[in-house]
Write a protein that binds this ligand. Structure first.
Ligand SMILES: Cc1cc2nc3c(=O)[nH]c(=O)nc-3n(C[C@H](O)[C@H](O)[C@H](O)COP(=O)(O)OP(=O)(O)OC[C@H]3O[C@@H](n4cnc5c(N)ncnc54)[C@H](O)[C@@H]3O)c2cc1C
Length: 356
């Protein structure tokens, strides 16, 4: 019998598999590895380096521009951020694992068996669900896209020549664009990733249209989107470890899901590795993983509160808050320090070596 079965070959699943080198690991995904990008793929550069996926970096930035109407702030980021090629990153992590890969769409469980859509019946000592917001191994059944707590986002890849105003990492918080969420523009080599993320369920095509007009964007050559799970859910259920979006571990407000997927994926992978080396019992590993998740719940609760309030904030109040957090807006693009990094301290790359 397989020692570890991981469902989902994206950031969380591949990171967990990398921690399980030398063991008998099967990783399954409904798509080939790296074939199905949903994310804008911006993450701290140090995390890309930690993952050994530097070859996937398309662009790196140490500043971001925050724009609210005519006011803007040029903000020094607490650390350099990279925009990566999703497929190249996934393949680079996959190469560092010893896992076997099979393309299987998981449809649920039947007792100890994980079921595939073509009649596959898979069995393993350990089950790790890294299937993203769908959480396909949840004993209560997979999550539906209509779940109100899911955040939604969409993005176009616009060739650089068709994005004349793109200038570094930019976030648009103006309410005319989106009532409850934000827009972004990230240069990524030969194209710009321009998108919107909404904290509430609303059609995203109207804000995308406004974003295209705002930045006089030409036609996108690629388009993708999906849900983001920012509400923490049981990290252990029915004997399965849930990691990344499957455990609702994406960061509210910033909507960064890659950092937590890697962090919790590495944590879960290491704990399972210790059970296979007879250093921990399965019950101890499950309890420690649940404790690791629990340790961060107050940070998620704080950010989720901000995310809920955000829709009620009028733009003038938003500008006032931005001024309080980031300093006075500088129309000349003068660089200012980033004074409010507290929320970004959650799950920093330097915490990875100290995982259990
Ligand atoms: C538009 C948009 C932009 C975003 N931008 C950013 C960003 O810039 N930075 C950032 O940090 N985060 C961003 N996010 C969030 C980020 O994409 C996710 O939080 C992150 O990908 C979660 O990683 P994961 O490994 O947990 O799950 P996922 O990346 O969602 O991977 C889940 C995997 O499971 C597979 N799978 C799903 N169902 C099944 C099934 N039934 N059977 C088999 N396999 C299955 C999928 O094919 C997929 O490979 C963005 C999200 C969206 C929607």
């Amino acid at each position: 019998m397989t020692e570890v079965l991981i469902v989902g070959a994206s950031f969380a699943g591949l990171t967990a598999a990398r921690e399980l080198r030398g063991r008998d690991v099967l990783i399954v995904d409904r798509s080939p590895i790296g074939a199905h990008q949903t994310s804008a793929c911006a993450l701290p550069l140090r995390l890309v380096q930690w993952l050994g996926a530097e070859e996937s970096v398309l662009n790196a930035e140490s500043r971001m521009r925050v724009e609210i109407g005519d006011a803007h702030w040029n903000v020094r980021l607490p650390e350099e951020f990279a925009v990566i090629d999703y497929e190249a990153c996934c393949l680079a992590i996959a190469r560092q694992t010893d896992a076997r890969f099979e393309q299987i769409r998981v449809v649920g469980r039947d007792g100890v068996f994980v079921l595939g859509s073509a009649g596959e019946r898979l069995e393993a000592d350990w089950l790790i669900d890294a299937s993203g917001w769908r959480r396909v191994l949840d004993p209560a059944g997979p999550t539906r896209g209509s779940q109100p707590s899911l955040v939604i986002g969409t993005e176009d890849h616009v060739p650089t020549a068709a994005a004349p105003h793109a200038d570094g990492f930019a976030f648009y918080l103006e309410k005319q664009l989106l009532k409850s969420g934000y827009g972004w523009s990230f240069p990524a080599g030969d194209h710009v990733r321009a998108g919107v993320g909404s904290f509430i369920k609303e059609p995203l095509q109207p804000p995308m249209k406004r974003l295209r007009q705002r930045d006089t964007l030409g036609a996108g050559r690629e388009h993708h989107g999906g849900a983001i799970a920012c509400n923490p859910r049981d990290p252990v259920a029915g004997g399965v470890l849930f990691i990344g979006d499957a455990a609702g571990q994406a960061l509210p407000v910033t909507l960064e899901g890659i950092r937590p997927a890697v962090y919790f994926g590495a944590g879960a992978g290491r704990l399972v590795m210790r059970t296979l080396a007879d250093d921990l019992t399965p019950a101890q590993a499950q309890a420690r993983y649940a404790a690791l998740h629990q340790q961060h719940l107050s940070g998620y609760a704080r950010l989720n509160r901000i995310q809920r309030w955000y829709r009620w904030l009028p733009e003038f109040a938003l500008k006032r808050l931005a001024t309080k957090a980031l300093g006075r807006p500088h129309a000349d693009g003068h660089e200012i320090g980033f004074r409010s990094t507290r929320y970004l301290d959650v799950l920093r790359a330097e915490h990875l070596p100290a995982l259990p």
